[in-house]
Design a protein around this ligand. Structure first.
Ligand SMILES: NC(=O)c1ccc[n+]([C@@H]2O[C@H](COP(=O)([O-])OP(=O)(O)OC[C@H]3O[C@@H](n4cnc5c(N)ncnc54)[C@H](OP(=O)(O)O)[C@@H]3O)[C@@H](O)[C@H]2O)c1
Length: 318
């Protein structure tokens, strides 16, 4: 567990999951350094003591500046390719990392042989995830071999989600608009609540038993897409108007486009390993959605007129 006063470097740290991790580290009393390009607004940090190192993450000069000290833990939020993480695994930087924890994804798994998927499930290419899968797998290969820890969140939702994975259907349900699906919505999936991922980083940090290990990070509930939408409806106090359409009926210019983020991809996972090893707990889905809705309301984004060209076309047809 991260202890107060620990020296921590976050690579990234200001957009979404990294931003929540920054907040969690500060709440835990860490001495924090952020390495990013300085493009994403970080005014929300306010007057709190956070050291900033600005520049490209692979730039040796930037890394030299960031590693002018030894860290107890380095949290890498933006390793997408082996070239991203490799410099942190080479001497002399590796010796200054303390415990390196890398944000990975459950998209590293090969198509499901069994479900729920635990960490023993084979990693490998997956047709749904393309280069994201191969890049993240190459990162994991390097990181785990060097004794780093990798965390594998699922589809993540929560405050500050720029992709609006849950916010999109939440806003549509809250404003009485239909949620369109091009599939039956029966694939079973475990979501990850964004603040639980930050908590997972804190739980594994500085734990010798976590070195060289990977951990899934997800909520306990395995939900079909339709059950997820029902839960979204409960969280906003409205009944979801779920409709189905045939993608083959879309006009030429919309072929291949999809409305919203829900897919028909089965990805039931379990985070038992993380829970049993370090006492980490997932937030119940309904409570996590309630918190997300509260944040959406407070930021005025629950009434956002979210729609995609596919939805506009479907709505125009009636
Ligand atoms: N969202 C999901 O559903 C989901 C699911 C599974 C896994 N993940 C994983 O979550 C991680 C991403 O989380 P996030 O985007 O929310 O992280 P984040 O740490 O909040 O945001 C990205 C940060 O990286 C900085 N950055 C981007 N490119 C950079 C570069 N070349 N050099 C230096 N800094 C750079 C950005 O700031 P500047 O713009 O100022 O540089 C920003 O602070 C990824 O590892 C992804 O695989 C996400």
């Amino acid at each position: 567990m991260l202890r107060p006063g620990a020296q921590v470097l976050i690579v990234g740290g200001t957009r979404y999951l990294g931003r929540l991790l920054t907040e969690a580290c500060l709440a835990a009393g860490a001495q924090l350094t952020l390495l990013n390009r300085g493009r994403t607004a970080d005014g929300w940090i306010g007057e709190r003591a956070v050291r900033r190192v600005h520049g490209e993450r692979r730039d040796p000069d930037v890394l030299r500046r960031a590693f002018d000290r030894e860290y107890d833990a380095v949290f890498d939020m933006i390793a997408y390719r082996p070239e991203d993480v490799a410099p942190l695994l080479d001497a002399p930087l590796h010796a200054r990392c303390g415990h390196l924890v890398v944000c990975s994804t459950t998209s590293v798994y090969a198509p499901a042989l069994y479900q729920p998927i635990d960490e023993e499930h084979p990693r490998g290419p997956h047709p749904a995830w393309g280069e994201y899968n191969t890049g993240k797998n190459a990162v994991e290969d390097l990181a785990l071999a060097a004794g780093a820890t990798t965390l594998r969140p699922q589809w993540v939702f929560g405050p500050h989600d720029h992709q609006r994975l849950a916010a999109f259907p939440l806003a549509r349900i809250a404003t009485g608009r239909p949620v369109w699906l091009w599939h039956p919505g029966v694939a079973r999936l475990n979501w990850t609540y964004a603040e639980d991922l930050a908590s997972a980083f804190l739980h594994v940090a500085l734990e010798p038993a976590a070195r060289g290990q990977a951990y899934n990070v997800c909520c306990d509930e395995t939900l079909t897409g339709l059950a997820f939408l029902d839960l979204c409806g409960e969280a906003v106090g409205a009944t979801p108007d779920v409709r189905f359409f045939d993608p083959a009926a879309l006009p030429e210019h919309l072929r291949g486009s999809r409305p919203g983020a829900l897919r028909n991809l089965p990805l039931a996972c379990t985070a038992h390993r993380l829970r049993h090893a370090f006492g980490w707990r997932a937030t119940p889905m309904r409570a996590a959605l309630d918190r997300t809705v509260r944040w959406l309301r407070e930021s005025g984004a629950l009434e956002a007129p979210d729609s995609t060209p596919v939805e506009e076309w479907l709505a125009a047809r009636g």
